[in-house]
Design a protein around this ligand. Structure first.
Ligand code: HEC
Ligand code: HEC
Length: 297
């Protein structure tokens, strides 16, 4: 009985830990300081330079530079070449990297040594577009195109197992790597997944076209998106921890049910058992009266 209770407790705790792991990863992340608010100067639309090839685009870049000066230059420098001891250059990082860091709320960082984590974006979409256009105008790769709909799911699963699962787990629900938390991939958009693969944020390695080509990238994205609707054979996911622990939980429930049934049966049969002390009162026609009747005769 005690053995069973202990087994059930251990199983429950284990299941709890597995289910709570992704949220733990979020909890480990340091608190974010309030977002850097762009000053009033950022709101004033700058004049379009004369002779620019695309006037609309140039205005967006100029507005992006204004936002950069007020919100990013403390760490990345007024000319975006970086500040020693604070942050690297963003010249050559490209729209690809800027869009990833800004749309996942990783930039602006609260302080130079803070760990970049996913959070609510500090800027509205229009400002992010302007900042991305400005950083993109300084060189580097554009925001990658991604079309996962027609990509091969099996190829994606294999490539994910090869390149990503070591840190993010096969279920794409995150894990702990030395000195960092590999986040769950449940919130990243298709574009953000493609950007992360090419950029390699923080301690994550980046993957070139040679390591992961375009079609493979699309299939990895398709696989990651598919992990959000896993097939739970048997109905109840239990945190999608897999068939063995699920089977174990089924056994524990079955054992509990059987134990309950056997206890009920035990109590019922105790109720009909005759009291152990004293002989039963003899009645006419019973075995006892038949014997005495024999002696009299
Ligand atoms: C408090 C300091 C700080 C502020 C403010 C900040 N950054 Fe950063 N930024 C960093 C650090 C540190 C890194 C390197 C982190 C990493 O490698 O993941 C970084 C990395 C980046 C990168 C990636 C560079 C690459 O090589 O791919 C981009 C893009 C970027 N920041 C853009 C911005 C933008 C745009 C802003 C303003 C909205 C901003 N940052 C504000 C500190 C800062
Ligand atoms: C060495 C471990 C490691 C490997 C391998 C790795 N990652 Fe990462 N990944 C990380 C870490 C750590 C972060 C968080 C970086 C940060 O906070 O800036 C991350 C972040 C991400 C993000 C951003 C998630 C979000 O919600 O903002 C995506 C998407 C991602 N990785 C996808 C992948 C894919 C796809 C692969 C395989 C091609 C891969 N990663 C391989 C460690 C890894």
């Amino acid at each position: 009985m005690i053995g069973f209770a202990r087994l059930a407790l251990v199983a429950a705790v284990l299941a709890g830990v597995v289910v709570a792991l992704p949220s733990l990863a979020q909890a480990v992340a340091p608190p974010k300081a309030p977002p850097v608010v762009a000053g009033p100067r950022a709101a004033a639309a700058p004049a379009v330079p004369a002779g620019a090839p695309a006037p609309g685009a140039a205005a967006v870049v100029a507005r992006g530079r204004d936002l950069f000066v007020s919100g990013c230059s403390y760490c990345h420098g007024l000319d975006a070449t970086g500040v020693r001891g604070r942050a690297p250059t963003v010249r050559g990082a490209g729209a690809e990297s800027a869009d990833f860091y800004l749309s996942t709320g990783r930039m602006p960082l609260a302080h130079p040594h803070a760990y970049p984590v996913r959070s609510k974006p500090a800027y509205p979409p229009a400002d992010i577009r302007a900042l991305v256009a400005y950083v993109g105008s300084l060189g580097g790769p554009p925001v990658p195109g991604v079309s996962p709909a027609t990509a091969g799911l099996a190829t994606g699963e294999r490539a994910f197992a090869d390149h990503c699962a070591g840190c993010h787990q096969v279920s794409a629900r995150g894990g702990i790597v030395t000195g960092a938390v590999a986040p769950s991939l449940q919130r990243a958009t298709a574009t953000q997944i493609a950007e992360a693969i090419r950029v390699g944020p923080y301690v994550m390695p980046n993957f070139s076209e040679r390591e992961i080509d375009g079609p493979t990238l699309n299939s990895i994205v398709r696989y990651v998106l598919s992990t959000r609707h896993p097939v739970d054979r048997g109905g109840w996911g239990i945190g999608h921890i897999g068939p063995i622990p699920e089977g174990m939980i089924a056994w524990i429930f079955a054992m509990g049910a059987l134990l309950g049934v056997s206890r009920v049966i035990g109590e019922r049969s105790e109720g009909v058992r005759p009291p152990p002390s004293g002989p039963e009162p003899s009645e006419p026609g019973s075995a006892a009266s038949a014997i005495t009747g024999g002696e009299v005769r």
